[in-house]
Design a protein around this ligand. Structure first.
Ligand code: HDD
Length: 698
């Protein structure tokens, strides 16, 4: 057989060998015996007891009884996809890793996105960190980049990880709340561990509510090392930047989606790939020469710190495209096993104490989760690089090793597998010395400066969302001393932030700043500066009833679809609505089966009769009002504008300004206008966060 690594997509070729289809097959037992009846147990007489000798009954039920495996202790809820990584710029000056140096190569990958705290069946849109784990099936072996959508972490040392996870998970007496950090134990942990403050700013920001896995950044978090052919090391941080920009849901919307469609995130990923709107990310590196290790006012080994992009730019070198859904969720997405220790020659670790603990945890956890040491043989985990060693036996061993010698050194198998030679992994030879101590370096001691940097970098609306999130979460804490403790830390981050949070949660606002704000900012941290130039995969609802202007539905729908959006016609009932011109418009979904929170924008076409009916339909009026409240693009043509008025969007006087804040509200007359182009621009913007929504109830 040819070396699988030489084929076009070696991973898929390899997977094909294990893919099975039921087409044209006959039902058998696991022993391959054809089954004549799988609906009736073998019994004595028609109404008598079942017989133990019914091997088919026993096998069927036994297998079923053992179908579940333990869910991941964290990141249990997730969705995965295959894709490919291409390199545009060689990093040969810094590393020997072939997939980062040979621009002619395409490297197959499997990516799993996840939330952290919730169980396997929890909702996708909860406030949480998102995991972004990538397995590169390189020709030199698997490289796993196990990152998150936030560039820092809660704690500095992995020995605290069990404490942190116990604090954030549901409380032990009641197992409440599910998939939520808004409870006493998490915030108690936070107020007693100020190193969490930078990460808590990220968690309370919109970053914790990504609109789509295709619209969030990914970060390797730790500082790693690249090592070049001369053995010269360079510190590196890994970044993923989504082509569609980094965009988030509104908090109220996230909570509603959790009920309306808990699978929102995984369905979005699935549908994007099925429709060809492939999620795409730029791969970038921040490189720091070894001699600059101490040039920063924080420690490169501290995972609660970023290197601001303004100090060390992210150098884009490659592209990741996710283009294939798994065929079986359990076999692929559930059984995929990531491990930070899976590195290839030319990539090495740093002494970050969080990273060091992770190097133990990931391998260890797979042993219980996947039931033994042979999990690397599970199809999704197998490298495309050949595997030869003296590991033997164990549960679920799939290989049939032929050699007499299962040891090194041997003379009976010709000394094979041989050790060393070109392409072998060699650990970076770092010189270290010191006493054995349990003590954190002083260089890890500043827990506030970068939290302040993050706060200073936010747009006004982002700050408002952060204050709202702190108020929501702390407002759910029963213990006043916990609320006060957190406000005390916030007062080191920014006085105004601390006061605004305190005022909402019944805590006396601090009188003066505990630490003066340093005034520095990093524009790259704000989502306000993210790309917003595409409607690819955006979902737009078109509301219709009998009498709708079908010309407008077609003209606007076609323009949006051509630009890459997904348009759905919603009506009170499924089937068709009669158009004003006598024709019919096909309904995509009945309005009662969906909700505004599942769409990015809404369009109300004209047609007097249609709009009159919609204006009397509470679902339709609420749909428009709620879209407005969530700052989405709202479009209406001709008589359709009447529905906006009915929803209270126009003609409303706002307390502060006495004007209607109509950013992203697009109205027009006649299908021949430039309306579709304007609506597309409004949808591209993602959300119109500056909109004053105070007086629209929804
Ligand atoms: Fe972790 C899973 C990301 C710290 C221990 N982690 C897991 C996953 C992601 C991360 C994305 C899901 C992988 C998948 O989809 O299967 N974890 C991170 C990041 C961290 C981090 C970015 C900090 C920078 N993790 C961390 C620490 C420890 C762990 C400090 C333990 C000392 N993580 C685990 C684990 C998990 C895991 C228990 C659960 C399931 C698994 O590994 O395979 O080993």
């Amino acid at each position: 057989m040819a070396d699988p690594a030489d084929r076009a997509d070696p991973k898929q070729e390899q997977m094909d060998l294990r893919r099975v289809s039921p087409e044209g097959t006959k039902l058998t037992t696991d022993q391959g015996i054809r089954v004549d009846d799988t609906d009736n147990s073998l019994s004595v007489g028609e109404r008598g007891p079942s017989l133990l000798e019914d091997f088919h009954l026993r096998e069927k039920i036994t297998h079923f009884d053992h179908e579940r495996i333990p869910e991941r202790v964290v990141h249990a809820r997730g969705a995965g996809a295959y894709g490919e990584f291409t390199l545009h710029e060689s990093l040969a000056e810094y590393t020997t890793a072939e997939f980062l140096t040979d621009t002619s190569l395409t490297t197959p990958v499997f990516v799993r996105f996840s939330t952290v705290a919730g169980s396997r069946g929890s909702a996708d849109t909860v406030r949480d960190v998102r995991g972004f784990a990538t397995k590169f099936y390189t020709r030199q072996g698997n490289f796993d980049l196990v990152g998150n959508n936030m560039p820092v972490f809660f704690i500095q040392d992995g020995i605290k990880f069990p404490d942190f996870v116990h604090a954030v998970k549901p409380e032990p007496m009641s197992e409440i709340p599910q998939a939520s950090s808004a409870h006493d134990t998490l915030w108690d942990f936070v107020q007693l561990q100020p190193e969490t403050m930078h990460m808590m700013m990220w968690l309370m920001s919109d970053r914790a509510l990504p609109r789509s896995f295709a619209m969030m950044q990914g970060f390797g978090v730790h500082t790693f090392r690249l090592v070049n052919a001369e053995g010269r090391p360079t510190f590196v941080k890994f970044h993923w930047k989504p082509k569609l920009g980094t965009h988030s849901l509104a908090w109220d919307e996230s909570q509603k989606i959790a009920g309306k469609n808990p699978d929102f995130g995984r369905a979005d990923l699935w549908e994007r790939i099925e429709s060809g709107a492939f999620p795409e990310y730029e791969f970038g590196v921040q490189l720091v020469p070894a001699e600059d290790e101490h040039r920063f006012d924080f420690d490169l080994l501290d995972p609660t710190k970023i290197i601001p992009e303004e100090d060390v730019p992210v150098r884009p070198v490659g592209t990741l495209v996710l283009n294939r859904n798994p065929g079986n969720f359990f076999a692929e997405t559930e059984q995929v096993a990531f491990h930070l220790g899976n590195v290839v020659p030319g990539i090495d670790f740093s002494n970050d104490p969080l990273l060091q603990a992770r190097l133990f945890s990931y391998l260890d956890t797979q042993l219980i989760r996947l039931g033994g040491p042979n999990f690397p043989q599970i199809p999704v985990n197998r490298p495309v690089a050949p595997v030869h060693n003296h590991h033997r036996d164990g549960y679920h061993q799939m290989e049939v090793h032929q050699a007499q010698a299962a040891y090194h050194k041997n003379s009976l198998s010709g000394g094979c597998p041989a050790v060393g030679g070109e392409g072998s992994f060699t650990h970076y030879q770092e010189r270290v010395e010191g006493n054995k101590i349990r003590k954190r370096s002083e260089s890890f001691a500043d827990h506030y400066s970068q939290a302040t940097l993050f706060w200073n970098s936010m747009a006004d609306w982002e700050k408002e969302h952060i204050v709202g999130a702190f108020r929501f979460e702390l407002g759910k804490c029963d213990h006043m001393h916990i609320r006060e403790g957190v406000v005390g830390h916030l007062n080191h981050v920014d006085h105004d932030l601390a006061v605004r949070v305190a005022e909402g949660i019944g805590v006396s606002p601090p009188e003066a700043a505990a630490t003066p704000n340093h005034g520095r900012s990093s524009p790259a941290l704000s989502q306000a500066n993210s790309a917003a130039d595409s409607v690819l995969g955006r979902k737009v609802a078109i509301l219709a009833a009998d009498g709708v202007d079908s010309g407008a539905v077609t003209a606007v729908g076609d323009a949006l679809t051509e630009a890459g959006a997904v348009c759905e016609v919603l009506a009170a009932e499924d089937g068709f609505v009669q158009a004003a011109d006598g024709g019919q418009v096909e309904v995509t979904r009945a309005m009662s089966t969906v909700a505004s929170v599942l769409y990015d924008a809404v369009f109300v076409p004209g047609g007097e009769e249609s709009v009159r009916a919609l204006a009397q339909d509470g679902d339709a009026v609420h749909f428009v009002a709620e879209s407005f409240v969530h700052c989405k693009a709202v479009g209406a043509l001709d008589a359709g504008i009447g529905l906006l008025e009915r929803a209270g969007i126009t003609g409303v006087e706002f307390a502060d300004q006495n004007t209607v804040s109509d950013a992203g509200v697009v109205t027009g007359e006649g299908a021949s206008s430039d309306f579709p182009a304007k609506l597309i621009e409004a949808v591209k913007a993602h959300r119109h966060w500056t909109r004053d929504k105070a007086h629209v109830p929804a």
